[in-house]
Write a protein that binds this ligand. Structure first.
Ligand SMILES: *Cc1c(COP(=O)(O)O)cnc(C)c1O
Length: 360
């Protein structure tokens, strides 16, 4: 039996990437906002209907650029403990302080009703995550931010392809960030993006992304977050296959649903959300049950992943003690089941047949 990992990066037909690469050889432009980067940016700008779209080297630097572009240099950022570590580490790397607010039990996004209690005079922004492609309480969060004059940053790394109330889920807040890492639904091997609401902030971000200068005019402190032509070429080769990719993932998710309904708990879809099928998270009844299922699956060369574990408020370099009982409880018993475009119906059957007898 072949090994099945939690995910397997999508690759386009080799000839289509080769065609892209051959054009790079013809152009002899390798980086610095070359034609492939520009074409990918304009493709994604159109697809997301996001005027101020910036392609960058990865989703982590995208979060850091967001804080820099919004001139958030210190202070407290209200954020979620249930995410990938990059959400928290980008805040710390930018010398801000993450303040953890617990999550909603039914869709794992930050609990908007608990945000206001965490606001202090030092609070600068809310950094929330559309976890697994499910939407945060966008309207509530915006209302709180407006009332307290806070910026809103969405780590939208999981949300590419999800739509909320007729708009790309990755286009809300002052800035939304994306990751195009190889394991994500749409990728450029490594890569990321910032989608910016305000034009002036967007211009500042573009300047920061390329060392903070144009020719001999030095404007502000910058960094190198420019992406190169080969990565952009991968994105251009994959983009035309996006609807196939989504359709295939939807089919796998629907099959899982058929086998597992009533067996494990699934996140609740919000009204108004068109889901992108980025992940297939399942909640077990207990950590023991999860570990038992993992043992059985691993023995058959199947590797789901504990995602996200541990709850980020418990990272060793977080000094203050935060109480996030919902996030801690969910982190202990949630996992993402294998999901990729390379899986067959037989794979889903095989996986679920191992899971079901191990559920109490
Ligand atoms: C993948 C991911 C990131 C980091 O993106 P990279 O492109 O790998 O740097 C940030 N936040 C979340 C929620 C992610 O899943």
């Amino acid at each position: 039996m072949t090994k099945i990992n939690v995910t397997k990066p999508y690759l386009p037909p080799k000839s289509e990437y080769q065609q892209q690469v051959s054009e790079i050889f013809d152009n002899c432009i390798l980086t610095n906002q070359g034609p492939k980067v520009q074409e990918l940016e304009s493709t994604l700008r159109k697809y997301l209907q996001a005027e101020n779209f910036h392609y960058v080297t990865n989703g982590t630097i995208a979060l850091q650029l967001a804080l820099k572009a919004l001139a958030i240099e210190d202070g407290e950022i209200i954020t979620t403990p249930f995410s990938y570590v990059a959400t928290t580490s980008s805040i710390l790397w930018e010398r801000c302080k993450p303040v953890f607010v617990d999550i909603e039990a039914d869709n794992f996004t930050i609990d908007a009703d608990k945000i206001e209690a965490a606001i202090t005079p030092r609070t600068k922004a809310i950094m929330a995550v559309h976890v697994f492609g499910y939407a945060c309480a966008i309207e509530k969060i915006q209302e709180i931010a407006d009332r307290h004059n806070l910026k809103v940053i969405y780590d939208a790394a999981h949300s590419f392809g999800s739509r909320y109330k007729g708009q790309a889920l990755s286009c809300y807040g002052d800035i939304s960030t994306l990751s195009f890492h190889a394991t994500k639904l749409f990728h450029t091997i490594e890569g990321g993006a910032c989608i910016v609401k305000n034009k002036a902030v967007s211009e500042r971000l573009e300047m920061i992304k390329r060392f903070g200068h144009t020719y001999d005019r030095y404007i502000c402190l910058g960094i190198n977050a420019k992406q190169d032509e080969f990565n952009a070429a991968m994105g251009l080769a994959i983009f035309p296959h996006l609807s196939e990719i989504t359709a295939k993932r939807r089919q796998i998710c629907n099959m899982y649903d058929d086998y597992l309904s009533g067996v494990v708990t699934r996140p609740k879809l919000q009204d108004g959300l068109e889901y992108n099928y980025a992940y297939y998270p399942v909640l077990f009844k207990s950590e023991d049950e999860l570990l038992q299922v993992f043992d059985k699956l691993n023995a058959e060369d199947i590797f789901p992943r504990r995602y996200f574990y541990p709850s980020l408020n418990n990272l060793p370099y977080i000094e203050r003690c935060y109480s996030c009982p919902v996030s801690e409880d969910i982190s202990a018993r949630i996992a993402c089941l294998p999901l990729s475009t390379y899986m067959s119906d037989k794979d889903v059957e095989r996986i679920t047949k191992i899971i079901i007898p191990n559920i109490n």
